[in-house]
Design a protein around this ligand. Structure first.
Ligand SMILES: Cc1cc2nc3c(=O)[nH]c(=O)nc-3n(C[C@H](O)[C@H](O)[C@H](O)COP(=O)(O)OP(=O)(O)OC[C@H]3O[C@@H](n4cnc5c(N)ncnc54)[C@H](O)[C@@H]3O)c2cc1C
Length: 461
């Protein structure tokens, strides 16, 4: 639990941090969404337990630009580095609970690891599914045991293959494999077929051998690949590999806790941009309907990442908003938060840079400017000339509600007291408020360039 934790109204546990976007699930779908959201200026957290379907890949197929010898873990490792490079926080943990904070305002959620809670404005579920696994004997995944038809059918062209299972999909995959090879067996392993009469008729009209006996053993080649299966009736049949078809267990616990609609197959229902039936909750990848492929998951993630940004970005202000809040003042732009601004201007790919870290705070001489970009490091808390705001040690003010008084010798002298929700640089809220007709909404923060003249007179946390 973070030192800076405050009590959560929703559950009474502790809030370790707050984010614009929280992605649960660090496979290709979630990673892609996180990359887009981070590079579009959002403060992004990713929570990943690891060991998803992409992590099971021995080789990567169908991903243009990625050579086939790249394993799933190598692919994911590179992607994890990429999102952190753009400022996303990667938490290697499992999210057990998710709930909406129902205060009648904009969507806001709290997710929990069991130990810590995190607040977030938007939540994206990319939790994938687990394949139903038959009993042994089974060869090694990628060496005779294959879970992805569109990825691996190609390697069985003109080879002897099996399909294991008793349901509709097992029967159909067996027939589909005839597009690649003439030698296809359907192994029911002693279980009763569950496919329909129509499918049985279809099967009869295709050269697929249906083997009903249970397996008794397995032979492997020296290189680890499957050689043959032995059956209880004493026969042996040679196979190069095959596909078990025992259904998919969709990881929808969090979606169900949040009330998201599921379809009859148990997948999360989404629109074309990954929006679920619940406002502010998005979902992408294998846990949603569609082809279970990395490029598809990445495309869905990209679309959702852009949709998240469009949901959260502050400008352009609509005519209604201009009427209620006024025109956009110079002090409000750019809207990108200090941490994301700093990450962007210090990035190697930045058009004007990479700038030195302190250059992100132009012309200022902060007493403390924490710029630690280590993944999962404490939030930045910055104290500027005048009375030091507060101890800027790890955690600082992140997520706290504080009241403070500030005098501004510039345009608007006098003392003010206003509650703000501090996210990163608490003083920004005051400055923003000074230049706007009403106090900022919680979470609004501004980059530090504008407030050198502010003097802090008191602060209460
Ligand atoms: C053996 C195998 C080989 C494959 N080969 C290919 C291939 O060559 N080419 C191809 O295009 N596709 C391939 N696929 C399919 C591809 O892996 C999937 O389509 C893709 O990984 C889906 O991405 P995803 O992000 O939706 O889910 P996943 O990759 O499954 O990732 C989901 C992640 O969410 C995490 N998670 C779930 N719940 C939580 C939680 N509550 N808290 C924290 N983390 C959570 C999981 O731990 C996991 O890391 C293969 C699949 C398998 C099984």
């Amino acid at each position: 639990m973070s030192d800076s934790a405050v009590s959560s109204e929703s559950t009474g546990e502790s809030v370790a941090d707050s984010y614009d976007v929280t992605v649960v699930g660090g496979g290709p779908a979630g990673l892609s969404a996180a990359l887009y959201a981070a590079r579009l200026g959002q403060d992004v957290a990713m929570f990943d337990r690891g060991g998803g379907r992409a992590a099971m890949m021995m080789d990567t197929h169908n991903v243009i630009g990625v050579t086939e010898d790249v394993s799933g873990n190598e692919f994911l490792g590179t992607a994890h580095e990429q999102i952190q490079e753009y400022g996303a926080d990667l938490h290697r943990s499992y999210i057990t609970d998710a709930a909406r904070i129902d205060d009648g305002g904009d969507p806001e959620f709290v997710v929990s690891t069991g130990d810590d809670e995190y607040r977030t404005d938007r939540l994206l579920l990319a939790t994938g599914f687990s394949d139903g696994r038959p009993d042994p004997p089974l060869p090694r995944t990628g060496r005779g045991l294959h879970w992805c038809l569109h990825c691996d059918a190609y390697m069985f062209v003109d080879e002897s293959v099996f399909v294991m299972g008793t349901d509709e999909s097992a029967a159909h995959v067996a027939m589909i494999l005839l597009n690649f090879t003439e030698d296809v067996d359907l192994l029911t392993r002693g279980d009763e077929p569950e496919w329909s009469d129509e499918t049985a008729q279809q099967l009869e009209a295709h050269p697929v051998d249906i083997i009903h006996d249970e397996l008794a053993g397995m032979e492997k080649r020296d290189d680890g690949w499957l050689q043959a299966y032995e059956f209880e009736d004493g026969t042996t049949r040679e196979y190069r590999g095959g596909f078990p078809m025992y259904g998919s267990n969709y990881n929808t616990d969090l979606a169900e806790q949040l009330g998201c609609d599921l379809n009859d197959d148990g997948q999360i229902v989404v629109d074309d941009h990954g929006r679920t039936s619940e406002d502010g909750v998005f979902s992408v990848g294998d846990v949603t309907p569609g082809h279970n492929q990395i490029p598809v998951a990445m495309g869905q993630g990209a679309k959702a990442g852009i949709a998240l940004h469009m949901d959260l970005r502050r400008f352009p202000r609509s005519l209604d908003e201009i009427e209620s809040s006024g025109s956009v003042s110079e002090t409000e732009v750019p809207a990108i938060a200090p941490e994301q601004l700093e990450t962007a201007v210090t990035h190697e790919g930045h058009a004007g840079g990479p700038r030195e870290t302190d250059a992100a705070i132009e012309g200022q001489d902060p007493q403390t400017a924490t710029t630690n970009r280590t993944p999962n490091a404490a939030r930045t808390v910055t104290s500027y000339p005048g009375t030091p705001l507060i101890d800027s040690s790890a955690g600082g003010l992140a997520g706290r509600t504080v009241a403070f008084q500030a005098t501004s010798p510039g345009s608007n002298p006098g003392s003010r007291s206003v509650p703000v929700r501090c996210l990163a640089v608490v003083v920004c809220d005051a400055v923003l408020w000074r230049h706007t007709p009403k106090p900022p909404e919680s979470g609004q923060i501004h980059h530090p360039r504008r407030f050198g003249a502010i003097t802090w007179t008191s602060i209460a946390v």
